[in-house]
Design a binder for this molecule. Sequence first.
Ligand SMILES: Cc1cc2nc3c(=O)[nH]c(=O)nc-3n(C[C@H](O)[C@H](O)[C@H](O)COP(=O)(O)OP(=O)(O)OC[C@H]3O[C@@H](n4cnc5c(N)ncnc54)[C@H](O)[C@@H]3O)c2cc1C
Ligand code: SF4
Ligand code: SF4
Ligand code: SF4
Length: 384
Amino acid sequence: MVKVGDMLIGYATDEGVRKRGASGGLVTAVLAAALEKGLVENVVVLKHINEFEAVPIVTDNVEEVLASTGSLHSVPVNLARYAVGRKVAMPAKPCDTRAVIEQAKRGKIDLDTTYIVGLNCGGSMHPVVTKKMLADMYDIDPDDVVGEEIEKGKLIFKTKDGKEKAISIDELEEAGFGRRESCRYCTLKIPVNADLACGNWGVIGDLAGNATFCQVMNDKGVRLLENAIEAGRIEVQPASDKAIGIREKVNGAMEKLGKTWEENVFTEIPDKERMQYYLEQMADCIDCGACKEVCPVCTCGEDSKCTMFHTLVDDYKMSMYHLIRLLHLSDSCIACGQCTDMCPVDIPITMLQNRFSIPAQRKRDYTPGMNVDDTPPYFEVMLK
Ligand SMILES: Cc1cc2nc3c(=O)[nH]c(=O)nc-3n(C[C@H](O)[C@H](O)[C@H](O)COP(=O)(O)OP(=O)(O)OC[C@H]3O[C@@H](n4cnc5c(N)ncnc54)[C@H](O)[C@@H]3O)c2cc1C
Ligand code: SF4
Ligand code: SF4
Ligand code: SF4
């Protein structure tokens, strides 16, 4: 019997899924069982195109779920919006999970019918940056890459000729490559806000590389695992104290690193220079609105204040659109990095937003995306 709080090590019983899985295929097997046993109507997964490209799909086809194994570190998409209005099970990095919870607060997602299989996350990379990094640092043609892995702080790429090359993530980041900026200062590495928290940290000995460490966070997590065990899709065993200790230690080190990065990224700007700083950062904005479209926390749709008060004759570089978004998202931005990823003129909009959001959220002792019962401090009352 599975209980809330259990720390387990498990893997898929299907040898193919176990072998292809990022670390034993447990996540895929749990998602497939949720679908075939009717726990959910659909599953959200990534359909792989290559190592750097994948499309999120919403499927009721178990075979498509089974084909989605593996972690794509250079596909930094946020999956929350794919759960809107559906009864789904989904894999979710901590920032996907935070966005799902923010959507639930706004009545767009029903958490009772949404099953979140959380994935630990040390960070993801932008595909364009990864391809340049492969050429500059690894001397590898991106088309030759057949697999990637992160082990002992090194990013390893495997190529068609059966060779592999590893470089430490610290070295890559010092050279300006590696994880996206928002991932570097992200400190939620284990998705304790999901129903299950799965990852490879703490998987040791013979099982290293072919099993998943899984923490059961709540009753839905119990249901997901018991369902997969009953379906014969997974096998689990209790994690040893040593395994639990290693996972905690790595997580602690990653949290510490995240805090150091936060200090490096958010350097103080003298009062007198602030306005000029923001104007310069925004100078290239072409007013395309992509940063709103892609934001997994924003639920305003067409009726949004940021676009309603904005006009194309408003040619201030810090437009009403941006000013309203800065304010509106200051309590709810989860620093997922999607807006920066999507900006066609490379404005670091996540960093600019978080110059306001981080202090605003800390001052109010509020962290968005963690608990559906915590109301955002600036939640407005609709006056009719
Ligand atoms: C970007 C990223 C970073 C990670 N970093 C760490 C880490 O530092 N430490 C750690 O312990 N674990 C990390 N993980 C989790 C780990 O890689 C495995 O996903 C986990 O151990 C489960 O393995 P599995 O074999 O059971 O998963 P699988 O059965 O292979 O299933 C993987 C699932 O993840 C989905 N998926 C793949 N790529 C993404 C993506 N980019 N975004 C959202 N969903 C995706 C797939 O659709 C599939 O459903 C990371 C995962 C990702 C995606
Ligand atoms: S923001 Fe955090 S959870 Fe999201 S991809 Fe980056 S490191 Fe992972
Ligand atoms: S404003 Fe940007 S970083 Fe913040 S939640 Fe929206 S997309 Fe993510
Ligand atoms: S995505 Fe970039 S260019 Fe487009 S509106 Fe946002 S900041 Fe401006």
